[in-house]
Ligand binder design. Structure first.
Ligand SMILES: C[S@@+](CC[C@H](N)C(=O)[O-])C[C@H]1O[C@@H](n2cnc3c(N)ncnc32)[C@H](O)[C@@H]1O
Length: 288
């Protein structure tokens, strides 16, 4: 009889003891690490009010993913309605299962989700069309980005504004660069975890960039490439020029303000000049 026959089977360690990476919910970790929907909606409302002297009511969240911003929007006012658009059914379903239950039925009914391309004509025109977390960077040519802006303009109501965030600065062009932050949360087992932003590749000739988000946990396990970003790193003047070419009447940069110690305040104001910050985030606001 071969010796090996009665050899006890190797225990499947993974099945017995799943690692934290095995059970991690990447959308929940992403939300905790990079999203601030309350700050976004406050900026949209304040900016629209300043430009139009009244409150915006209809939000369209392009590239909405988990539609966290839509969920925040409907909480702000009983007349606020939100339309979320994303090609991928997975984050949309995650938001329905995990974020919408935090709303009342009445608030939930004021959200409509579309599993669709952002370049599709909207049924309802928006007061604020938001494209957050640098999502439009996935359009890699001037023609592709202009085409998106043309449709975005058509999807806006009169007096509507398109709001996009952008990131940039010399640090964004460094290859093999990692930015690691410890995030704290209330999620059982994930009270502390590491958020890792990896700038894997930047091609100065095309401005193409390949970036990743990874998460690392206290048991040493890692959720590698939880999110991948294959972007063109647009500059602000390129984007502003394309917005005007697409037919927007004006595009304004809102730059983050600093206090007397030079620390960022989280307040963004219109600007035409700014210091050469090695790592900045700004809003572009384009008016119909
Ligand atoms: C960087 S995520 C942004 C998610 C969310 N806006 C946020 O702030 O975190 C980009 C999202 O855009 C979606 N997407 C990519 N191309 C799209 C397109 N052409 N139309 C609609 N959604 C698209 C992806 O499915 C993904 O959910």
């Amino acid at each position: 009889m071969p010796k090996t026959k009665d050899k006890p089977k190797k225990k499947n360690k993974k099945a017995d003891h799943p690692t934290l990476a095995d059970i991690a919910d990447r959308y929940a970790l992403y939300g905790l690490s990079v999203q601030e929907p309350a700050n976004e909606t406050e900026f949209f409302t304040k900016t629209y009010q300043e430009l139009n002297g009244r409150d915006p009511r209809i939000l369209r969240e392009d590239f909405c993913g988990t539609h966290a911003v839509c969920c925040e929007w409907v909480k702000l006012h009983p007349d606020n309605v939100a339309y979320g658009v994303d090609l991928d059914p997975e984050p949309l379903a995650w938001g329905k299962a995990n974020l919408q239950p935090q709303l009342t039925d009445e608030q939930r009914h004021r959200i409509a989700l579309y599993e669709d391309d952002v370049r599709t004509a909207a049924e309802v025109k928006a007061d604020v069309l938001a494209a957050q977390n640098f999502s439009f960077f996935l359009f890699k040519t001037r023609d592709a980005l202009r085409d998106y802006f043309v449709q975005a303009l058509a999807n806006l109501a009169d007096d509507g504004i398109m709001v996009m965030d952008m990131m940039g600065g010399s640090e964004c062009h460094i290859e093999d660069h990692k930015d690691i932050r410890t995030i704290e949360s209330d999620i059982k087992g994930f009270k502390k975890f590491k958020y890792i932003w990896e700038q894997n590749r930047f091609n100065p000739i095309t401005a193409d960039a390949l970036f990743y988000i990874h998460f690392k946990f206290r048991d040493g396990s890692k959720l590698d490439k939880a999110f991948t970003y294959d972007w063109r790193f647009w500059t602000i003047p390129e984007v502003n020029e394309l917005l005007l070419e697409a037919g927007f009447s004006i595009a304004t940069v809102y730059w983050e303000q600093t206090d007397e110690d030079g620390d960022e305040t989280g307040e963004f104001e219109p600007a035409t000049e700014a210091p050469a910050d090695p790592s900045w985030i700004a809003y572009i606001v384009a008016r119909k």
